[in-house]
Design a binder for this molecule. Sequence first.
Ligand code: ZN
Length: 86
Amino acid sequence: VLSGWGMHIVKFSCGCIGFAFEPQALVLDACDADRCDPYPSHMWRDLSDKTYEPLDESAARDLLTVVAELVDDGHSLRDVRRLLVP
Ligand SMILES: [Zn+2]
């Protein structure tokens, strides 16, 4: 179900990792996130002034693993999909 999403994950110039949606990016791993938090904080951010480049495949896979854990953790897959694919 998650295959195909990895190619859309990018790394922004500030260090955030997520999806470069318009007008706001969905950040899965924030550059200023609390590293003690076991899960990346999911949030919409205006990163339109940042540049970004595709995340390499293994790093993207790691992120998708986190998404899968969110699903396992009780978030319905439909909710997570809605978050990732507006
Ligand atoms: Zn950032």
